[in-house]
Design a protein around this ligand. Structure first.
Ligand SMILES: Nc1nc2c(ncn2[C@@H]2O[C@H](COP(=O)(O)OP(=O)(O)OP(=O)(O)O)[C@@H](O)[C@H]2O)c(=O)[nH]1
Ligand SMILES: [Mg+2]
Length: 427
């Protein structure tokens, strides 16, 4: 039987993570627990992609039948049943696969075959959608950088509301107060029937102190405390069905639009923190740079980060396949996005748009000719939100967890579950 071993054999899609050998990287993450699909848009897209691309799924199903047949005597083997297709389900494309050996529908070694009838595998997408609509999902974003770079403003711009403030009842004309302490503010945002509990962790700007050395430490401490909280819940014998997820899924790091190079503090921060959290660097207040200055600055920042060995999100080593790599390469080449933030609306060509009014016109935040805010928003929310959560869980948290459980004599996993058993978290 080929079911032992986590890579190869009957589970070729399971890989161990090179960065963290204890972490098992499973692209088909939806196999873990229904609660892991909480972002419908990203997950539906992923599942469709998976079903399309991994035509070996049917092959693997057959293969495990063949493997089982080696140990199950013929008289107790269940007869294959071909259920009737429910009337509400439209005809799926005929699944064909080549089977090896003599599994169900097999036609001899290497011969092609067709499933004998509709099974209903594709309904998992609808099942997941329903679950997601019921449970909603968490997303926790942290904003970090020098003081006054527009951090609080940008996060409000991203979510089109005053999410950096405790109450959303503020008038748009009121000035955003200076952030003076690490403060997390949660809001439930609902769109198209899907609920997202968004938590914004706003941090005080660097650079105010005379000595800014190690000013990244409170932030690192905060991130690790959230991992610790999650771990403590996870090792409880009577653990919650859904562990509240306060882990930081993404850290937007704001770079000053100096047009020169990164500051030492930027490098130090990203060097330390990129190992524990997904860092997305952005060039703040890009309306202060000309297009040429902006492009040169972006190139220089990328080069400096590469020279310092700083890996920002999406990290190359976690690309799942060639399609992922080619999509992510385009994003990496366009980063850091040069953004403009504003939570004020202005009238432009008869339309209300978010922007910054200057003496020579309005800088529109969503206009790709003016800045790269829309690219950042699409990447962060529309294409990579689920992946940010998965990398947080499977890589950063797993690294913390493995180290913590290895290091310490005190925190024993007190449940009888296997080390890689994933909890029912709000992922
Ligand atoms: N030119 C320009 N100004 C901006 C932009 N975003 C924000 N601002 C302005 O910059 C000032 C500071 O904005 P905040 O959002 O409070 O900045 P912050 O980084 O949160 O500041 P701290 O909390 O003190 O660290 C405000 O006057 C904003 O209106 C931008 O993209 N371009
Ligand atoms: Mg602020």
């Amino acid at each position: 039987m080929q079911m032992s071993g986590l890579s190869g054999g009957s589970f070729p899609w399971i890989r161990t993570n090179p960065k963290c050998p204890r972490a098992v990287h499973v692209p088909v993450k939806f196999l873990k627990s229904p609660n892991t699909f909480l972002d419908p848009l990203c997950m539906l897209e992923k599942v469709c992609h998976w079903l399309r691309e991994k035509s070996f799924s049917a092959k693997n199903i057959l293969k495990s039948r063949i493997d089982m047949s080696e140990i199950v005597p013929p008289e107790v083997r269940p007869k294959p049943v071909v259920p009737a297709k429910p009337p509400h389900v439209t005809q799926p494309p005929t699944s064909t696969h080549s089977s090896q050996g003599s599994g169900v529908g097999g036609q001899g070694s290497g011969g092609g075959s067709t499933l004998l009838g509709y099974i209903g595998i594709d309904t998992i997408i609808e099942q997941m959608r329903k679950k997601t609509m019921k449970t909603g999902f968490d997303f926790n974003i942290m904003i970090v950088g020098h003081s006054g770079l527009g951090k609080s403003t940008l996060v409000n711009t991203l979510f089109k509301s005053q999410v950096s403030r405790r109450s959303t009842g503020w008038s748009r004309d009121e000035k955003i107060p200076k952030t003076v302490e690490i403060k997390s503010v949660s809001h439930v945002i609902e769109e198209g029937g899907v609920k997202m509990k968004l938590t914004v962790i706003d941090t005080p700007g660097f650079g105010d102190q005379i000595n800014n050395e190690n000013c990244w430490e409170p932030i690192s401490k905060y991130i690790n405390e959230q991992y610790e909280k999650f771990l403590k819940e996870e090792v409880n014998i009577a653990r919650k069905k859904r562990i509240p997820d306060t882990r930081v899924h993404c850290c937007l790091y704001f770079i000053s639009p100096t047009g020169h190079s990164l500051r030492q503090l930027d490098i130090e921060f990203m060097r330390h923190l990129s190992r524990v959290v997904n860092i997305i660097p952005v060039i703040a207040k890009s309306d202060t740079l000309t297009p040429e200055e902006k492009n040169e600055f972006k190139q220089r920042v990328r080069k400096e980060l590469e020279m310092c060995g700083i890996e920002f999100y999406p990290q190359k080593e976690f690309d799942e396949d060639m399609e992922d790599k080619s999509d992510n390469d385009k994003i990496r080449e366009a980063m850091p996005f040069a953004v403009v933030g504003s939570d004020k609306e202005h009238q432009v060509n008869g339309k209300r748009v978010l922007g910054r009014k200057t003496a020579w016109g309005v800088v529109e935040v969503e206009n790709p000719n003016h800045c790269e805010f829309a690219q950042l928003r699409d990447f962060l929310i529309r294409s990579h939100l689920q992946d940010l959560k998965e990398v947080t869980h499977n890589i950063h948290y797993e690294t913390y967890r493995a180290k913590r459980l290895n290091d310490n004599g005190g925190l024993h996993p007190i449940s009888s579950s296997a080390p890689n058993d994933t909890q029912e978290s709000n992922l």
